[in-house]
Ligand binder design. Structure first.
Ligand SMILES: Cc1ncc(COP(=O)(O)O)c(C=O)c1O
Length: 400
């Protein structure tokens, strides 16, 4: 959780600015707010880091991805290709809009692969919701030709990849719209927060309306604003934006430290030839929030995880059994358990989610153990962690 590692006077100062005026609302109240606009500043900081032409801060990353899908024109009955490895929020966003998730294979980048997308295409495929997982990035040079060839809409969920890029372009900016999460676990946190990004003015204006009940935000009297479209309340508060702003300013430093610490850990672990790593499609663009270890096979990874647990080693995720990041545990989706009927339950789905055949994804995630990188680690802590991992991996080798 690198962002939270560095909480300090900067966050307190930004929050205090807001509390001094008492204007916790991001819009209007010009005469009372002493020119304090934290949400706008947060958006500008995100634009600075990502190079996005437009950014809209919202209440969380789930809302941001839903806004990205909605403003890209995704709606009832549209098939959207999604990965089986993501925060379940991605799938929920597709479902809530009435669209139909179509699961496709990921590869050793931990993201959808070009061949996986191609195999999942049907005449009704409208979009791909690409998710850049675990601080890294998808292989865009192989994916973009597929998007173009089949005239698909690309929406990117970069919820876990703020600060990551591919060959100089930030994750989230390859398609029509993208999203980042600033929840408590991310490289920068707002407590709860998300940011929608796009390079397209029309898409941004739609998002600006969509995320605030359709308000056009023209003029200074909220009560007299027009509503070009129907929207909902996905607004961020000034208090959350204040934290997000202070945290986002720290991202270049955090990313640099993460990269240094990850490099040291990789060097130390590389003495064991059985320990491999997930492929970074652009190693220079890594946000380095995770070290994604790929063991030779799932059984090897499972036994290593058992040893890590037995030895009290913490700070890692074994996503294969994680309740909300991998499809194996998503029984509520497989059984389509909902509060009230969703369009998919009327329209039908092209896949039976309880019988998905995604062998490549099963193997990759079965082999994957992800360690969160901390930007405040000392060299001694990194050495100790490497020793612990090596010990647990080597104990497996002895048994297999
Ligand atoms: C890839 C991805 N998308 C979306 C989300 C949802 O973000 P939030 O928790 O801010 O709603 C997350 C959160 O973990 C995520 O990892």
């Amino acid at each position: 959780m690198p962002g939270t590692e560095l909480f300090g006077i900067e966050e307190k100062k930004e929050i205090a600015d807001v509390l001094e005026t008492g204007i916790l609302f991001r819009y209007n109240h010009e005469s009372l707010r002493n020119d304090i606009w934290k949400a706008k500043e947060f958006e500008n900081e995100v634009k600075k880091i990502t190079g996005a032409r437009y950014a809209l801060a919202v209440c969380n990353g789930s809302a941001a991805i839903m806004a990205a899908l909605a403003t890209s024109g995704i709606g009832p009955g549209d098939e959207v290709i999604v990965p089986p490895f993501t925060c379940v929020a991605t799938i929920e966003a597709v479902l809530m809009l009435g669209a139909i998730p179509v699961f496709a294979e990921i590869d050793d980048t931990l993201c959808l692969s070009a061949s996986g997308i191609e195999k999942a295409l049907t005449p009704k495929t409208k979009a791909v919701c690409l998710v850049h997982m675990c601080g890294g990035m998808a292989d865009m040079d192989s994916i973009m030709p597929v998007i173009k060839k089949h005239n698909l809409i690309l929406v990117e969920d970069a919820g876990q990849a703020f600060g990551a890029s591919y060959k100089g372009t930030s994750t989230g900016l390859f398609g029509k719209a993208g999203s980042y999460s600033f929840d408590f676990f991310k490289i920068a946190t707002a407590g709860e927060g998300g940011v929608f990004v796009t390079n397209d003015e029309k898409t941004y204006l739609l998002a600006d309306n969509f995320c605030d009940h359709g308000h056009d935000h023209i003029g200074t009297n909220r009560g007299m604003e027009n509503h070009p479209i129907i929207g909902f309340n996905f607004r961020i508060s000034e208090l959350h934006a204040a934290v997000g702003l202070a945290q986002t300013r720290k991202v270049p430093y955090i990313r640099q430290k993460n990269r240094e610490n990850k490099k040291k850990l990789i060097e130390l672990l590389s003495v064991n030839k059985n320990i491999g790593f997930a492929r970074l499609a652009d190693p220079n663009g890594d946000s380095a929030t995770f070290l994604n270890i790929l063991m030779p096979e799932p059984l090897y990874a499972q036994q290593t995880v058992e040893n890590l647990n037995k030895n009290g080693v913490t700070g890692f995720n074994y996503w294969y059994t994680n309740m909300y990041h991998f499809i194996n545990q998503w029984d509520h989706i497989k059984e389509m358990r909902t509060a009230s009927k969703l369009p998919i339950q009327v329209l039908g789905s092209v896949q039976d989610y309880s019988k998905l055949d995604l062998p490549e994804s099963q193997i990759v995630i079965g082999r994957l153990i992800s360690f969160g990188i901390r930007c405040t680690w000392t060299d001694e802590q990194i050495e100790q962690l490497a020793k612990n991992i090596l010990k647990c991996a080597e104990a497996v080798k002895a048994n297999v």
